[in-house]
Design a protein around this ligand. Structure first.
Ligand code: UN1
Length: 399
């Protein structure tokens, strides 16, 4: 009988994409209410989930493996791919439908089954995604949604029949799950912290840079692993730039995300609010440098000045994380130098540090990530394993 053809699996994902897309006007506001981001971001995120499903829904039309020349006559070497099996998916609160989409869509596209534990703060959007797949005709038991406390994540990783685990969330939890998975020989993909720098060089268009830095720091109320949380600004323009940024920060409309004109809603819950506030206000003087190094996961921007471009890049690299960075300059030579010098998984030149597209790799350098990257063809590296097939004809003497 063989496995379900990739095109058949893809057809289900494409139908799910259509359900998600046509539900965006309803689920976007639900997402905003449940998670706290703005209505525009909520709807945008739902549409992004549809886009991710559409991308992986077409995976059957792309290459399924590789063929190599053999050094021996009459032989071909094929590299085929198979699903890992049962994939545990553990997702964070900050993108209640987009992050699950970019884990679950490739897991299913490549023929795996899924046991999914979403963050306990965002069950509604998890249910919506499961409904979309159900309506699209996903067979029962292929996706299993477990709603409940964090301990469910540990139970998933401890399960003897788990074949792979994909996680996005805090560095502490990610490292614990990675250690546990490694101890069991289970492959893991973990996408964790960021402390992403925006570097504004002296020649930058300061208005553009200020607008983008603000977006990077304030969208989703700073609760993105790709958010801009460090600003490095060239000494010579620092006063002018910080004044523009201050004006923009003061103009930001903060409030109830259900109101259309609001640009920044609340953080996810009171615990988050307290830990962000304490991270700034209760910080003893000797621990001030922590603001530069620790991810607060809120709309907080630590600022440093740099005398030279070299120093700016050095300071940008001064982090255990390496998820994303943004560089503002009009000088292509500087941009190319940044590509070489700044150690990150994603580099934005003249745009904010956040953002991801379904067809290109996403993930961090250094300690931001563990295991293969997400999205695009990178996802295939994690959700499949290869079989190298040495293939010769069967008739004796045929070659
Ligand atoms: C984005 O920058 O649009 O948890 C996506 C996060 C990341 C996703 C960021 N995994 O914030």
């Amino acid at each position: 009988m063989g496995p379900t053809p990739a095109h058949e699996r893809g057809a289900i994902l494409l139908r799910a994409a259509a359900v998600i897309e046509r539900s965006a006007d309803e689920w976007g506001p639900e997402l905003a209410r449940e998670e706290g981001k703005t209505l525009a971001e909520g709807k945008g995120e739902v549409l992004r989930a549809a886009q991710v499903f559409r991308y992986y829904g077409n995976e059957g039309d792309r290459t399924a493996g590789e063929i190599f020349s053999s050094p021996r006559r009459g032989e071909n070497i094929l590299v085929t791919r198979k699903p890992l099996g049962v994939i545990g998916v553990v997702t964070p609160f900050n993108f209640p439908i987009a992050i699950p989409a970019w884990k679950i869509a490739p897991a299913l596209a490549y023929g795996n089954t899924v046991v999914w534990k979403p963050a306990s703060t965002v069950p509604l959007l998890a249910i919506r995604l499961a409904q979309a797949l159900d309506e699209a005709g996903l067979p029962a038991g292929v996706l299993n949604l477990l709603i409940g406390p964090g301990s469910i994540g540990s139970s998933i990783v401890e399960h003897p029949e788990l074949d792979g685990l994909t996680f996005t969330g805090s560095t502490n939890v990610g490292r614990r799950l990675a250690a546990e998975a490694a101890g069991r020989g289970v492959p893991i993909q973990a996408e964790m912290g960021g402390k992403n720098a925006a570097i504004v060089l002296a020649d930058a268009d300061l208005d553009l840079a200020a607008e983008q830095v603000m977006l990077g720091a304030s969208r989703s109320t700073g609760q993105k692993c790709t958010a801009t949380s460090r600003l490095i600004v060239a000494d010579s323009i620092a006063d002018e730039f910080l004044a523009i940024l201050k004006t923009q920060a003061e103009a930001l409309v903060v409030g109830d995300p259900a109101e259309g004109e609001v640009q920044m809603g609340p953080v996810v819950n009171d615990g988050a609010r307290k830990s962000i506030r304490d991270g700034i206000l209760e910080l003893p003087a000797e621990r001030q440098p922590d603001l530069w190094t620790e991810e607060l996961f809120g709309p907080v921007l630590a600022v440093r000045r740099a005398a030279t471009v070299e120093e700016a890049f050095e300071v940008a690299n001064d982090s255990e994380f390496g998820l994303s960075a943004a560089l503002f300059t009009q000088d292509v030579t500087m941009a190319l130098e940044a590509v070489d010098e700044i150690d990150v998984g994603t580099l934005h030149v003249n745009s904010e540090s956040a953002g991801a597209d379904p067809h290109v790799p996403f993930g961090g350098a250094k300690k931001s990530g563990y295991g293969p990257k997400e999205q695009g063809t990178a996802a295939r590296e994690f959700f499949t394993h290869t079989t190298t097939v040495y293939l010769r004809g069967g008739a004796a003497g045929a070659c």
